[in-house]
Design a protein. Structure first.
Lengths: 461, 258
């Protein structure tokens, strides 16, 4: 029903555009000069169609359920029901009206369900009538107002401005909302678990928190030595470090090769090929790490008399590094290419060789941009989840041996939130606390990266 | 410079052809360049004068699709020969570009760049001397001596170009190529550079590409006129400007085309 109405309104919008433009053409044919192009008259009318429709739709969405509920519950007033019971009755009748109710059907509920249905259909048809009449009225009003000297370009431009503003506002508000939900849950978590234990505790064992029966009261002492985040922070940075050890040299060198040494033809094919690496889903890297690299390292280690876990930090970090190569390679290639040719010419003309030019002129000039690309790569490494979950295990060992398994913040969030979760439980909230710390770490890195890149931009002003 | 009335020829180009891919940019250029004189190359845009200039220190090597044929003898040695070491060649032949292009390094590092890569200074003191003499010769020393360790990109356009000249002369080249060195500068900075060119020709052979005929007349002793990839006429600046042999030269000089 709503869909049909919506389609109809869209059609109305197109029609009003058409009529607005037509009227403008008519005015034009009488040799009068218009204040704007005819299309603007069309857009102007279409906006007059869209705005009332949008306002009424949103009002309806906000108030309809409340009013329907009030009307239904008015039957039960003065009968001594409690608020909770009234809510339950309302939900029951709603469910019954949809045919989804399985409990015992009392005549009361049946009557309410019928009333609910009839109210809904009244609401629907009145919505159709009101929306359509409002649109027609406003379009008709605007249509009459169009004349050779009416202003249409400014309102249309303002409307576009408002639409674009709303879009960016939505993006910002979502971010703010997510950050706030993180903050509040994190605060709740730290009410039970002391901040000190979280930051400096060396034992991470959230499985212990599964044992609690949710009906029991919370006893903070039972969580001592459960949520110490040091091992997983260490694991996160350790794996990210291994990843960057792979990604920085290979990425940087291939970036320099692409930018400075490769012929146009090689570059034309090699660059997209490297960028394909960035398009591979991380889960594919994950099973590549878990099923190919992990066992290979284990066998290699065994043949050398080393004890290697099948799920090792080395496998996860190495594969993660491969995943990050294209970011560093492609970004640093762009940065190096954007160093002005005049600097290269200046250096060559002094008799410098290619490698001297790269080492002494191009690399220092591009360094801030390269650092920026590396920091973005580190952000990715720290935020990467799938590869770690699949290839490095889930036990949060505090170790610096790359051949053992270790775990990261993201992997632990997965562990905590898989399966049933209870809200308000420290175990669930731990995920928020971890998410928050992860967010802070990547935020800092991104800020630094942006700063560095900005500094670089000022360089050639 | 004339020794016993004989012109000393520093550079001798013989039948130079340049191709960009399949397109020929220069046709059969033969030109002698006198030692310790300023030679100006003039001509309308796209006539090949900059391309010719870039042949003289093999900067065209940098462009993939560019190929150069013919002989260019500098001190009687063909630089297009396989045995020519480009690094040594460019040490002998400095270049100054159209747009000032100081490296994003300090003033000091900009000037010491060439001596460093050619290993010309044995000690910090020697390097300091080279930097100071070069900056003095480029008439920049007085303006920058107190801020040698600030970035070279912070200077004004004219100062940047003089810094680039200081950078070029720091390795004591025999020849300096200048590719429209004043086209991005205001008249005052231009006058300073022109004065500097006059000074520099005592020790260096200078070849300057310029769009300004007035500049060519002011700074040069010899002039070559290029048109559509051909060297139409060359000779002493006096003759080219006052009494050219070729009608095209005459037309260009008097502003009838180009």
């Amino acid at each position: 029903m709503n869909l049909i109405l919506f389609t109809f309104i869209v059609l109305l919008g197109f029609t009003s555009y058409y009529f607005g433009r037509k009227k403008a053409y008519t005015i034009q044919s009488t040799k009068k000069r218009l204040t704007a192009l005819p299309q603007f008259y069309g857009y102007y009318l279409a906006i007059w169609c869209a705005i009332p429709a949008f306002i009424i739709f949103s009002l309806w969405a906000i108030f309809e359920p409340t009013i329907v509920k009030l009307l239904i519950l008015s039957d039960y007033s003065n009968q001594g029901y409690l608020d909770d019971e009234l809510n339950l009755l309302y939900e029951k009748s709603k469910a019954l009206s949809r045919g989804q109710f399985t409990g015992e059907i009392t005549p009361f509920i049946e009557a309410s369900a019928e009333k609910y249905l009839s109210l809904r259909s009244i609401a629907q048809s009145s919505k159709v009538v009101i929306v359509l009449s409002a649109i027609i009225a406003s379009v008709a009003y605007a249509y009459k107002r169009i004349s050779s000297n009416s202003r249409t370009r400014e309102p249309v431009e303002k409307f576009l401005n408002a639409v674009l503003f709303t879009a960016s506002l939505a993006a910002i508000l979502t971010t703010v909302g997510i950050v706030f939900s993180l903050i509040f849950q994190t605060i709740d978590f730290f009410k039970v678990i002391p901040l000190f234990d979280f930051v400096f505790g060396t034992h991470w064992y959230p499985a212990k928190a599964f044992v609690r029966d949710s009906s029991e009261a919370l006893d903070p002492t039972m969580y001592s030595d459960t949520f110490g985040a040091v091992p997983i922070f260490a694991g996160t940075f350790f794996i990210a470090f291994i990843a960057m050890c792979v990604a920085i040299p290979i990425g940087l060198m291939s970036g320099i090769y692409l930018a400075e040494y490769a012929s146009t033809k090689v570059r034309q094919y090699a660059k997209p090929l490297i960028e394909i690496l960035a398009g591979i889903p991380t889960v594919v890297y994950g099973f590549f790490a878990a099923l190919t690299v992990g066992p290979f390292l284990k066998e290699l280690g065994t043949s050398m008399g080393l004890e290697v876990s099948a799920e090792s930090a080395l496998a996860a970090g190495g594969v993660m590094g491969i995943m990050i190569i294209p970011f560093i390679s492609s970004l640093s290639d762009d940065v190096i290419t954007s160093v002005p040719q005049s600097l290269r010419d200046g250096s060559y003309a002094m008799g410098a060789t290619k490698s001297e030019t790269i080492k002494r002129v191009i690399f220092p000039a591009a360094l801030p941009g390269i650092v920026g690309s590396i920091l973005l790569g580190v952000s990715r490494a720290i935020g990467e989840t799938m590869i770690v979950v699949m290839a490095s295990g889930l036990a949060a060992n505090l170790t610096l041996n790359p051949l053992e398994s270790t775990s990261t913040i993201t992997a632990q969030i997965v562990v905590i939130l898989i399966g049933d979760q209870a809200f308000g439980d420290p175990k669930t909230q731990a995920a928020f606390a971890l998410g928050m710390s992860l967010f802070l770490v990547t935020l800092c890195l991104n800020i630094v990266a942006l700063r560095v890149v900005k500094k670089y931009r000022e360089k050639y002003e | 410079m004339r020794k016993n009335g004989v012109k000393m020829i520093k550079i001798k180009a013989k039948d130079v052809d340049v191709f960009y891919g399949k397109k020929q940019a220069l046709f059969n250029i033969s030109l002698d360049i006198e030692e310790n004189q300023v030679t100006a190359l003039i001509g309308p845009s796209g006539c090949g004068k900059s391309t010719f200039l870039r042949c003289l220190n093999r900067m065209n090597d940098v462009i993939d699709i560019c190929s150069v044929k013919g002989e260019i003898l500098i001190n009687d040695f063909n630089i297009n020969d396989k045995s020519c070491d480009v690094v040594r060649l460019r040490e002998k032949i400095g270049m100054v570009f159209q747009k000032p292009n100081p490296f994003p390094k300090t003033l000091y590092e900009n000037v010491s760049y060439g001596p460093t890569i050619h290993g010309m200074a044995q000690s910090k003191q020697e390097m300091d001397e080279i930097v100071e003499t070069s900056l003095k010769k480029a008439a920049l020393w007085e303006e920058v001596k107190d801020r040698l360790h600030e970035p070279g990109t912070g200077l004004s356009g004219g100062q940047q170009q003089r810094l680039c000249i200081a950078r070029a002369i720091s390795v004591r080249p025999e020849v300096i190529l200048m590719d429209e060195p004043c086209s991005a500068l205001d008249p005052i900075a231009t006058a300073q550079i022109e004065e500097l060119i006059d000074e520099l020709k005592k020790e260096h052979t200078i070849i300057i590409v310029t769009h300004s005929m007035a500049q060519a007349a002011r700074v040069s002793q010899n002039t070559g006129f290029f048109h559509l990839g051909q060297l139409i006429e060359h000779g002493s600046t006096d003759k080219i400007f006052k009494n050219p042999d070729n009608k095209k030269t005459q037309d260009y000089i008097t502003g009838r085309f180009g």
